[in-house]
Unconditional design. Structure first.
Length: 87
């Protein structure tokens, strides 16, 4: 294995490869693997749509400050603002 082989920035060692091989030899729970979702988690019963919005750096600064204050993501703050406006 090359010295530059990493996973998420962590070097992969021969010991780690041997541990993975031993785990695989014991058997892999395919049902557990299939339960893992792909991509971002859903927000409801239907797929969400991505909508592009252009904002100035000042607008983003205000949104990000509010998000930090409320310990939320930028997207959560924007969704809440839209829901309040549309109500």
């Amino acid at each position: 294995m090359g010295a530059k082989e990493t996973i998420n920035g962590i070097p992969v060692t021969e010991e780690q490869i041997e541990a993975w091989a031993a785990e695989a030899e014991q058997g892999i729970d395919v049902a557990a693997l299939k339960k893992r979702g792909r991509g971002r988690p859903g927000r409801g019963a239907e797929p969400s749509q991505v909508v592009a919005v252009r904002l100035t750096s000042d607008e983003l600064t205000l949104i990000d400050a509010r998000a930090r204050e409320e310990n939320k993501t930028r997207s959560e703050i924007m969704r809440e603002a839209l829901a309040t406006y549309a109500a």
